[in-house]
Design a protein. Structure first.
Length: 110
């Protein structure tokens, strides 16, 4: 019997950019990454990441971060990792994104 195997492959959740609320969020809006724009919109300060307790530990916060960092990269923005998850967990585990971090300090204030 032919099968694509699609039913056993978990798909990555779709992340939506909510520009007016300065968020990247799941379609149900229950998990999100929130940022503020600084330096005339050239710097994305990631201030908060939230995942509902029932979905924690599955990498959802990391997927939100990848969406935000991809956005920052494609819009030539620097990133301030004010959120402890981004600073303490995401960046050490994904050091390739450190090149986008604002200034010399990994955690900076403007
Ligand atoms: N600061 C830094 N790292 C954290 C953290 C925090 N507050 N909370 C959890 N982590 C780490 C854990 O050590 C965990 O490590 P493990 O993989 O070895 O178990 C890792 O994050 C899990 O990564 P991931 O699965 O990508 O994250 P998640 O989808 O479970 O979501 C949070 C992580 C922090 C967004 C979620 O726990 C949450 O919403 N917490 C409440 C709000 C909060 O504290 N936000 C961060 C500060 S703004």
């Amino acid at each position: 019997m032919a099968t694509t195997g699609a039913s056993v492959v978990a798909e990555a959740p779709k992340i939506v950019w909510n520009e007016s609320n300065h968020k990247f969020e799941t379609e149900d809006k229950k998990a999100y990454l929130q940022y503020q724009l600084r330096n005339e919109g050239k710097v994305m300060d990631i201030v908060h990441t939230f995942v509902p307790s029932s979905k924690r530990g599955l990498g959802l916060a990391s997927i939100l971060c990848v969406a935000a960092f991809n956005h920052a990269q494609s819009h030539s923005l620097s990133v301030i990792p004010s959120c402890s998850y981004v600073f303490e967990t995401f960046l050490p585990r994904n050091p390739g994104w450190n090149s986008l971090v604002y200034g010399d300090s990994l955690k900076s204030s403007i």
